[in-house]
Design a protein around this ligand. Structure first.
Ligand code: C2E
Ligand code: CA
Ligand code: CA
Ligand code: CA
Length: 279
């Protein structure tokens, strides 16, 4: 909708009016999602190239709207981000995921050298006390800090590189790992890679999905893997859907994989079975 700055009157255009209404509806529904217990976490395994054994899981947020049913995070995460709700919701995700992973560690479901990966949105990353919040989540749940990895995109990091650098060093000091998510899609310089304590680059699915047939995608993946290894970083490929894709990535020397070929994201109860099937 176009806003008239002088009298605050809104003029809806046919294309944008429905979208704005949908957004407003989602926004008010999201306000109650936490207290109404409509949020769920799902976990997607990550496996290593060697023996394809379990090396960790990424936690992904799910929301069941009372009427619409399951809403994609690509729809509701931006609304959470714009409204600021991502701060409490993100903290909920972090704490729940740490708690769950600690339980799996205690039960021997996962190993001490595996990690739970949690996504951090741009707005979360800008929170001044984020380092303290992460530290508190670790302490309160008893999760070893080395069992936690945080995923941020390049643009999240670039938005405030100075504050971001301080935070990353604080996290490294704690023993928490950092992954750059959707790597290669952010149009940013690579200079930050040599100065900051980063552990993983995640190759975006857009370079992975056609890698078998598209030589340019293969060239990009090859370059990312070479760059990462020269800098002492590990590479995770996301969106691995087929054996052929896995074969190409394995030939290029990719370290870890995540994707439907191995497993879709699953609820906590189902993860132990998946891991048992991995080894
Ligand atoms: P992302 O961080 O890049 O997460 C990977 C997405 O790829 C997930 O979508 C996952 O389900 C999907 N995926 C995994 N393997 C495959 C595959 O083989 N093929 C295809 N086509 N897709 C695959 P999802 O769960 O819909 O999440 C979408 C995005 O929403 C995430 O992208 C992330 O940016 C955001 N998101 C999800 N949960 C959270 C959260 O707890 N916090 C924040 N800040 N963002 C989240
Ligand atoms: Ca991610
Ligand atoms: Ca990603
Ligand atoms: Ca992606």
């Amino acid at each position: 909708a176009k806003r008239d700055g002088r009298n605050g009157c809104q003029v809806f255009t046919p294309q944008t009016a429905p979208m704005d209404k949908i957004r407003l509806g989602l926004e008010s529904a999201l306000h109650h999602a936490l207290e109404r217990d409509e949020l769920r976490l799902v976990y997607q395994p990550q496996v290593s190239v060697v023996g394809q054994h379990f090396v960790g899981a990424e936690v992904l947020l799910r929301w069941k709207h009372p009427v619409l049913g399951w809403v994609s995070p690509t729809v509701f995460i931006p609304v959470l981000e714009d409204t600021g709700l991502i701060e409490p919701f993100g903290e909920w995700v972090l704490r729940r995921a740490c708690q769950q992973y600690k339980r799996w560690l205690d039960d021997g479901v996962v190993g001490l050298n595996s990690k739970i990966s949690v996504n951090l949105s741009p707005r979360q990353f800008r929170q001044r006390d984020l380092g303290e919040r992460i530290q508190a989540a670790i302490q309160d749940t008893g999760l070893p800090p080395t069992s936690l990895a945080l995923e941020i995109t390049e643009s999240t990091l670039m938005y405030n590189l100075e504050q971001g650098a301080v935070l990353l060093r604080q996290l490294r000091h704690l023993g928490v790992s950092i992954a750059i998510d959707d790597f290669g899609t952010g149009y940013s310089s690579l200079a930050y890679l040599k100065d900051l304590p980063i552990d993983y680059l995640k190759i975006d699915r857009s370079f992975v999905k056609d890698i078998v047939t598209d030589r340019n995608d293969a060239a990009i993946a090859n370059s990312i893997i070479g760059l990462a290894h020269n800098l002492g970083l590990k590479v995770v490929a996301e969106g691995v859907e087929e054996q052929d894709i896995l074969n190409v990535l394995a030939d290029l020397g990719c370290d870890q994989y995540q994707g439907y070929f191995f497993a879709r994201p699953v609820v906590a109860d189902e993860l132990p079975l998946l891991i048992a099937g991995c080894d």
